[in-house]
Design a protein around this ligand. Structure first.
Ligand code: HEM
Length: 490
């Protein structure tokens, strides 16, 4: 009789063989994918190690693939499927041009964030808020400028309480999140709600929770997702809180719409009102509007505050830029624009951008085809450090784009602005899904930077420098640090 230990070993070995056979079958080679060079392991089983490695060493793997294959495609294993990366402007442009029913933006988002269980919009197919952001918000930037500035000055005064020549220490990431949340919501819901601490906390934490619970829920098979989300997630209670915050505003505004109809000519000029005017069907309810507002905040706040944190770290690491930036604050702000764009070139929100899932086979302009079910993406970080496009790509040159503008003889050219996207400037994506909020976000970041250098002296704590970004799961997250502020000494 074999002893108990030998039985257990045989059982485990059998299980391992079965699992290996399953994995080999599940990730069996596809001649189309086999033709694309791999970074990491190509073997079906070992490729899981590369998928794991990507989460912690992604920047290096993407750089290696980009440098070896440009112009071309390379692939890296993902836990679920192969991810094919486009290296070089022509192939990036192929992704831009592909229709949604071939390369879908929605599908990978759905796998990642499980929006059905997290964002939980009443009508998931209705994306009317994109239209509102693209048209109403962007069209109103000049009109709302005064409010943005006023809120910014007030919030910074409150969160950075400097007095004359005394330096104060400020935990910068948390502070900037509050500042951006408050300023943004001045335009989203107006006064006094934008200054409500609990309302801000709700919108700040909702975004983090969507990512957290989305990731957890995505690990479970479909039949269990609803149960898991009910058991774990506090998002439904956060949605209820948002409803209560906006209830008085929405009820009062609906009453006025009813009373005055089209004659209501002093309507509030904010996101909530624009949404109320555009929403149809179930979306035009208190609940629908609350969910939609959470989603717009989700897209707007952390993206902008992370970008500004990176801008500030670049400034403090290169303090020689402070004076020239101060000098142009009251003018056209070309240098400020350039400084922000260069920060986005060097840093950015993640290692990847324009991630899409192929719903059918897709052929790139170099003749290579990827099968349906493959992820495609652009190695943002590697593309932004391509020396064929940017001389000295690893050196931060805050006025790189201002100089390019001047060298072309026309300071009016728009192609080097923060908001201009191309295969060389991907911080806001490219093509039909390019970030619709970029005009508002860029304006907010530039006004904040201008006000900050004009009002304060600013530096890192003695002996400290910018903390390293956390690069994990393809994201790039700036870490917090204390920053020293005092009233500007003239
Ligand atoms: C500096 C701040 C911001 C950055 C860096 C940023 C970046 C991005 C990126 C990379 C994408 C995806 C593009 C793609 O995959 O092709 C995106 C999409 C989007 N962004 Fe932004 N964003 C910012 C601020 C905002 C703001 C303030 C809003 C709203 C007011 C906003 C609303 C959206 C929406 C709705 C989408 C989805 C567009 C679509 O699916 O067609 N973003 N953003």
């Amino acid at each position: 009789m074999p002893d108990d230990f030998a039985l257990r070993v045989s059982f485990l070995a059998g299980l391992f063989v079965l699992l290996s056979l399953f994995v080999s079958w599940y990730r069996r080679g596809d001649p189309l994918l086999d033709a694309i060079p791999t970074v990491g392991f190509s073997d079906p089983i070992l490729s899981y190690f590369s998928a794991l490695q990507f989460n912690f060493d992604g920047a290096r793997m993407l750089k290696e693939g980009y440098q070896k294959t440009r112009p071309g495609l390379f692939k890296i294993a993902n836990f679920r499927r192969w991810m094919v990366l486009a290296a070089g402007p022509e192939l990036i442009d192929d992704i831009r041009k592909a229709p949604d029913n071939v390369l879908s933006m929605n599908e990978p988002m759905t796998e990642l964030l499980e929006p059905k269980y997290t964002l939980d919009l009443l009508n998931m197919d209705d994306i009317y808020h994109h239209v509102v952001i693209r048209s109403n918000l962007t069209r109103n930037i000049a009109v709302i400028f005064k409010d943005v500035r006023e809120e910014l000055v007030k919030t910074l005064d409150e969160w950075i309480p400097t007095s004359e020549d005394k330096w104060v220490k400020v935990p910068i990431k948390e502070t900037l999140q509050r500042v951006i949340c408050c300023v943004t919501n001045r335009i989203f819901v107006g006064l006094p709600l934008c200054r409500n601490f609990d309302y801000q906390t709700l919108n700040l934490t909702f975004a983090v929770n969507v990512v957290k619970y989305g990731t957890i829920i995505s690990l479970f098979p479909k039949p269990l997702k609803l149960i898991v989300s009910r058991m774990l997630s506090n998002l439904p209670s956060q949605i209820r809180q948002e409803i209560e915050f906006i209830r008085p505003l929405v009820e009062e505004r609906f009453a006025k719409m009813e009373e005055y109809g089209k004659e209501w000519d002093d309507q509030p000029n904010d996101m909530l009102m624009w949404l109320m005017n555009e929403a149809k069907g179930v979306e035009r309810s208190l609940e629908g509007l609350a969910r939609r507002l959470l989603v717009v905040n989700f897209a707007a706040i952390h993206t902008t505050s992370q970008t500004f944190t990176q801008v500030l770290y670049r400034l403090l690491s290169n303090p020689e830029y402070i004076e020239p930036l101060r000098q142009e604050v009251e003018t056209v702000m070309h240098k400020i624009d350039s400084f922000v764009r260069e920060t986005q070139r060097m840093d950015g929100l993640g290692l990847l951008v324009m991630t899409r899932l192929a719903l059918r086979p897709f052929t790139f302009s170099n003749g290579m085809t990827i099968p349906a079910g493959t992820l495609v993406s652009v190695p943002f970080w590697a593309a932004h450090r391509d020396e064929r496009i940017y001389p000295n790509p690893d050196t931060f040159d805050g006025f790189r784009f201002a100089k390019l503008r001047e060298s072309e003889g026309s300071t009016m050219t728009t192609k080097y602005q923060v908001v201009s996207t191309s295969t060389e400037q991907l911080a806001f994506g490219l093509g039909k899904h390019t970030c619709p909020g970029r005009f508002f976000a860029a304006n907010e970041v530039k006004v904040l930077l201008a006000h900050l250098v004009a009002t304060y002296d600013v530096k890192f704590e003695e002996g400290k420098s910018a903390p390293r970004d956390l690069c994990i799961f393809g994201m790039r997250i700036p870490m917090t640090s204390n920053v020293m502020f005092r009233t500007r000494q003239r």
